[in-house]
Design a protein around this ligand. Structure first.
Ligand code: SF4
Length: 442
């Protein structure tokens, strides 16, 4: 039996971050490790880096089973590839990934045989081996022509083997986080213990945060022959005791790496000494959801931190020489001055790395349902945090895009002046943002 594991391209337009952030297909590599244990042959096709089309790969590899995962923005591609595999080879087709956990019934289609709506890759392997799907965690299947969706239960991430990085090893130079190349991914936990109102990630893994034994995490890192490690947990800086043990083990084994992780501003502001220790063992980027420049937004997002906490966190990382990637949301109720405020805030607090997301409710989430009458697009490709998917409250759509693109250009020019992202073709990005300004509004 041959299984093809597919992670589709992020988008087919140039308006994305390909070549800037290209993520190791870690979930596919976990599945790969389980397939290897079963003696089942597999291959991976990752649309972020492949040079041949997915259809050509399917024609060439002739898989018996095709599993395709992705996020909301990749839904159309996932369905396209599964449909192709079904129509040309009558392969068994399975959809999975974050998007199917959030809205599995969008994949209840004729050309899809199964949907995995949990992190239970053990259940997936059983389906691949042809076992009955009845009762398997989060598996959806057809019975007498009707879809049946099994209950989703949380998964203990500690039960998973280490990922099979064969594919990554062959293509390592193509995977990066900004200037960190190659950059390997490590997951130490599923879901997030916090409850930010705008965020759907806390609902993953049936809404239950589950973390791995930190010693096993360090064992895995020690096996990885690359300098850069990106902890892709939704929030790595959660439990100070666990972080302390991580630092101790890294020191004890004399592991020399650079680390990237997500970490909340409240953790950073309350744990300066621990952040200094993390810096000393190689913490390079911390990705922090600052979200806003105003307390009222932080409160309405249930962020459980105020602006003083955010500012303190920026000051600590600046003092320690850790690069904070400050992530902001442009709220749908923004006025022109609110866009300018983000720029001013970043400049006045010497925050060099800034990432902007347009407020995007995940399709079918509670937030989405609550603003259904404002939704202006149902095309999943638009749910990439770069498009406005719901009617702005105070600006016209055109005007909202205009101010958003002006902010993006200003941030890019400032980054250029500061000499960060030196690997980027700034001219290309500024031109592409300006082009979109005219396409979407301005
Ligand atoms: S925004 Fe971050 S901290 Fe808040 S729920 Fe989502 S992942 Fe957790």
């Amino acid at each position: 039996m041959r299984v093809l594991l597919i992670h589709p391209e992020i988008s087919r337009t140039k308006y994305n971050f390909a070549g800037v952030i290209d993520n190791e297909p870690l979930d596919l590599e976990y599945i790969a490790a389980l397939l290897v244990k079963e003696g089942i042959e597999y291959d991976i096709w990752d649309g972020q880096i492949e040079t041949i089309k997915a259809q050509a790969k399917i024609d060439e590899y002739k898989p018996d089973v095709v599993y395709c995962c992705g996020r909301t923005r990749q839904e159309n591609f996932m369905l396209e590839y599964l449909s192709y595999a079904k129509k040309t080879l009558s392969a068994v087709t399975i959809a999975g990934g974050v998007h199917t956990q959030l809205c599995r019934d969008r994949f209840y289609k004729d050309d899809v045989d199964f949907v995995l709506s949990s992190y239970d890759y053990f259940a997936l392997i059983k389906v691949i081996k042809g076992e009955t799907p009845e009762g398997l965690n989060g598996i959806c299947y057809k019975e007498d022509g009707k879809w049946v969706g099994n209950t989703v239960s949380p998964v203990d991430i500690g039960l998973l083997p280490h990922p099979d990085r064969t594919y990554f090893n062959k293509n390592s130079s193509k995977y990066r986080y900004l200037e960190l190349v190659p950059c390997a991914h490590v997951r130490t936990a599923y879901s997030c213990p916090y409850g930010c109102a705008f965020c759907a990630r806390r609902t993953l893994n049936a809404g239950k945060y589950r973390a791995r034994d930190i010693k096993d995490v360090v064992d895995e890192i020690e096996e990885i022959p690359y300098e850069n490690i990106y902890f892709i947990d939704d929030d790595f800086l959660f439990d100070p005791e666990r972080i302390r043990e991580f630092i101790r083990l890294v020191r004890e084994r004399n592991i020399q790496k650079k680390y990237v992780c997500y970490g909340r501003a409240d953790f950073i502001s309350k744990n300066e000494e621990l952040m200094a220790e993390l810096k000393s063992i190689g913490l390079y980027y911390v990705l922090t959801g600052l979200e806003s420049t105003k307390d009222n937004y932080l409160e309405s997002y249930n962020k459980r931190i105020d602006m003083n906490g955010n500012i303190k966190a920026i000051e600590i990382t600046n003092r320690l020489g850790i690069h904070m990637m400050g992530m902001f949301i442009t709220d749908l109720d923004f006025e022109a001055k609110d866009f300018r405020e983000i720029y001013k805030f970043a400049k006045s607090h010497s925050l060099k790395h800034v990432a902007i997301s347009i407020y995007t409710p995940e399709i079918d989430s509670e937030v989405y349902k609550g603003m259904k009458d404002r939704i202006i697009t149902d095309n999943p490709a638009d749910y990439d945090y770069l498009h406005v998917v719901a009617k702005p409250g105070k600006l016209s759509l055109k005007s909202y895009y205009f101010h958003y693109h002006v902010l993006m250009v200003r941030l890019f020019l400032r980054a250029y002046k500061d000499g960060i992202y030196s690997f980027l073709d700034y001219g290309y990005y500024v031109k592409s943002i300006l082009k979109n300004m005219f396409k979407f509004g301005g």
